[in-house]
Design a protein around this ligand. Structure first.
Ligand code: COA
Length: 257
């Protein structure tokens, strides 16, 4: 598929997906959501790719939200469908990928943009980034998982305040409340994320996928995360990576996963 709204770059085991609508501050229209879904499916199936970086084009925005011009006239039913389809196709899909996805938040991450960053496995921001869920200022609430993932990351009270005020927080504040893991300059953002990715790539991708499933399980209703951990832990013992990792350690050499 030829993409019009995103760019994909691959370098060794690393893929970078860049949302590329800088004139619209990379706002997520339905075409972009579709393209992201296709791109993430293809990268998940690509055994060479061990980490995916998601970022926005230009110096101003990661993603300034869902494209307001596309849904301003929607009915109740269309609004519900927009949220359901978007969550299934992209936001839940990314969160449950076996391949780690890191958001490099290079500017505004608002509304659907922050929700997209929160769907990624973790986030690193540049110091110019501003984050918020301003939906109530438009008369709507976050619909791509923001009311669920923001409290998971920053706690209920902080999430309530951010959502009720529709305000933006700085990258430093976001780091202070656990929304992003690191803050750096815009210039250093991708190099830092690539450095973190290179540490991930050295480890067992099979074990990392199991860890993602176990961690995510603790946030799923009706599922006991400890049970999932026990199950996934046991499964690891049957993998080639476990043999290689333990043999390499006991043989005093580096593992080759
Ligand atoms: N949906 C659609 N278009 C958007 C958009 C969005 N979420 N965010 C920005 N844009 C468009 C603007 O309409 C403008 O387009 P135009 O040049 O054709 O008029 C362009 O991107 C640049 O944005 P602009 O508002 O001129 O930039 P700014 O620097 O003055 O302000 C923001 C930046 C992020 C503060 C402002 O764009 C904004 O508030 N955006 C909406 C954020 C939001 O509510 N997101 C949640 C949506 S659910």
């Amino acid at each position: 598929m030829n993409f019009e709204n995103i760019l994909i770059e691959k370098k060794d085991s690393l893929a970078q997906v860049t949302i590329n609508r800088p004139k619209k501050l990379n706002a997520l229209n339905s075409a972009t959501i579709n393209e992201l879904n296709v791109a993430f499916e293809a990268l998940e199936d690509d055994d060479d790719i061990r980490v995916i970086i998601l970022t926005g084009s230009g110096e101003k925005a990661f993603v300034a939200g869902a494209d307001i011009s596309e849904f301003a006239h929607f009915s109740v039913e269309e609004g519900g469908d927009l949220a359901r389809e978007g969550q299934e196709m992209l936001f839940d899909y990314i969160e449950n990928l076996s391949t780690p996805v890191i958001a490099a938040v290079n500017g505004f991450a608002l509304g659907g943009g922050l929700e997209l960053a929160m769907s990624c496995h973790f986030r690193v921001a540049s110091d110019n980034a501003k984050m918020g869920l301003p939906e109530v200022s438009l008369g709507v609430i976050p619909g791509y998982g923001g009311t669920q993932r923001l409290p998971q990351l920053v706690g209920k009270g902080k999430a309530m305040e951010m959502i009720m005020t529709a305000g933006m927080i700085s990258a430093e504040e976001a780091k202070g409340c656990g929304l992003v893991n690191h803050v750096t300059t815009q210039e250093e953002l991708l190099p830092l994320v690539e450095k973190i990715a290179s540490k991930i790539i050295r480890n067992s991708s099979v074990a990392i996928s199991a860890a993602i499933r176990a961690i995510n399980a603790s946030f799923e209703d009706g599922i006991d995360g400890f049970d999932v951990e026990i199950e996934e832990f046991g499964e690891c013992f049957g993998t080639e990576d476990f043999k290689e990792g333990t043999t390499a350690f006991l043989g005093k050499r580096k593992p080759n996963f």
